[in-house]
Design a binder for this molecule. Structure first.
Ligand SMILES: NC(=O)c1ccc[n+]([C@@H]2O[C@H](COP(=O)([O-])OP(=O)(O)OC[C@H]3O[C@@H](n4cnc5c(N)ncnc54)[C@H](O)[C@@H]3O)[C@@H](O)[C@H]2O)c1
Ligand SMILES: [Fe+2]
Length: 407
């Protein structure tokens, strides 16, 4: 990145860093079970609610209790269950129409980040009936209050239940972009590890590594606060102590609870302190090829951390301490931390490469990543679109194939 742009990025980030205490960050109120919801809605005079979820979750019966409890309490529940992984503008518009036709007054996002993000975006579209989602991309574009939003995460990963972000794919262009605005922080979150029990090992791994990426990217960035550093370190500690346990034994409820807590903490850290290039690149890949978000992050994370080298060494050494990884100095600890991430990923069968990336798409994708990350994300080392291309080549199986062919 050229010098002038670097200066611009750092000044921009500094301004946001200084503004942190002035911005309306808040956390959702935590509920321990869905049985608290009818009373909540009744206390607010709400008689009709939209549930946003996906077919997989509903067909497993995860929403059954909620549907029953709402019916027993005379609260109408309209269900939109067509959300796809990497939710689209089309999902949001369909769910919005259901919200309106069912005269709903509140929204529940029940599922992984995809369902919760779709629910948030429905709320934004209800608040702004004439503004398309594409005009809400970026920071602080949604200022009006959205309908009451409850998030019920069924993956221990995205932390969407506590963040100001909703990440949506444009159905037409396949551009995936975050909408970052304070009214999108859910008012309530139900944190119940029981609903994560059914997560299969591969999704436990990839969504848990998404949470790890949030904690790491937030911590090594330049806009941390004492609280976000504490949350990120605690998330890293919990993930290193519980993720592989939850992967090997999905019924280990202690590990599931720790992971849900870790995902929440990591979400609380990055919503204030941002993510970094791992996420910017992962979003572009998720939008273009539908690569699951957690998987893209998991594969990219070691490459990006290695690229940062010395610039992230001290912070990574601190995270190594949090994870209980030893070393004689910061350099060794940072390397051991990256090595430990790779070892954990190998243990959980996370691949080292991603299939399907086309070399001819990389230029456009890295432009998207550049646009998302710069100037906003306070990353340890600034890179422009041209430099970010390296990460696509790092993780693309195609590169390996090409090299083999040429050789
Ligand atoms: N808003 C934010 O702050 C934020 C942060 C990170 C990621 N995201 C976004 O969240 C999305 C990814 O969310 P995700 O990783 O949670 O996955 P997801 O919501 O896309 O779900 C992935 C799959 O897991 C299944 N699933 C979910 N819970 C299950 C359970 N308990 N048992 C069995 N199957 C279950 C779903 O049916 C789906 O098929 C991406 O679009 C990503 O960009 C948002
Ligand atoms: Fe993420």
């Amino acid at each position: 990145m050229n010098r002038a742009r670097k200066i611009y990025c750092r000044v921009f980030q500094k301004a946001f860093r200084i503004a942190i205490p002035l911005l309306p960050y808040r956390k959702p109120e935590i509920l321990n079970g869905i049985n608290e919801l009818p009373g909540l809605f009744r206390s607010k005079g709400i008689k009709s609610v939209l549930l946003v979820t996906d077919k997989g979750i509903r067909s497993m019966g995860l929403t059954k209790n909620l549907e029953a409890i709402m019916a027993e309490n005379g609260i109408a529940l309209s269900v939109y269950d067509d959300t796809v992984a990497n939710p689209t503008t089309e999902n949001v518009e369909e769910a919005r129409r259901l919200y309106i036709s069912s005269e709903a007054e509140a929204i529940i996002g029940f599922g992984g980040g995809s369902s919760i993000d779709a629910a948030k975006a429905v709320g934004a579209r209800i608040a702004y009936p004439k503004k398309p989602l594409s005009k809400m991309e970026g920071i602080l574009k949604v200022l009006r209050k959205i309908p009451l939003l409850v998030a019920i995460p069924t993956t221990a990963g995205t932390g969407s239940e506590t963040t100001l972000a909703s990440v949506i794919v444009d159905s037409r262009t396949r551009h995936k972009y975050p909408i970052n605005s304070f009214p999108l922080i859910p008012r309530y979150a139900v944190l119940d590890p029981e609903v994560t029990r059914t997560l299969p090992p591969s999704l436990t791994a990839s969504t848990g590594l998404d949470a790890l990426t949030h904690a790491v990217e937030a911590y090594i960035g330049g806009s941390t606060t004492r609280e976000t550093r504490k949350s990120a370190r605690e998330a890293v500690r919990l993930i290193f102590s519980s993720l592989t346990e939850a992967y090997h034994n999905g019924n280990d409820m202690e590990a599931r609870r720790n992971m849900l807590h870790a995902a929440f903490l990591a979400g609380s850290a990055f919503t204030v302190s941002y993510v970094g290039y791992v996420h910017a690149v992962a979003h572009s890949l998720g939008g273009k090829y539908n690569i699951p978000h957690g998987l893209a992050n998991a594969v990219l994370l070691p490459y990006v951390l290695e690229k940062y080298g010395k610039k992230a060494e001290k912070k990574l050494a601190e995270l190594a301490d949090a994870a209980g990884i030893s070393g004689t100095d910061a350099h060794e600890k940072a390397l051991s931390f990256i090595y430990a991430i790779k070892a954990m990923e190998r243990e959980m069968n996370i691949p080292e490469k991603l299939s399907g990336i086309r070399v001819e798409d990389i230029h456009e994708l890295s432009e998207y990543a550049d646009k998302e990350a710069n100037p906003l994300y306070p990353v340890p080392m600034l890179m422009d679109a041209k430099e970010l291309e390296e990460f696509y080549f790092d993780v693309a199986e195609t590169k390996k194939a090409n090299v083999v062919t040429i050789a």
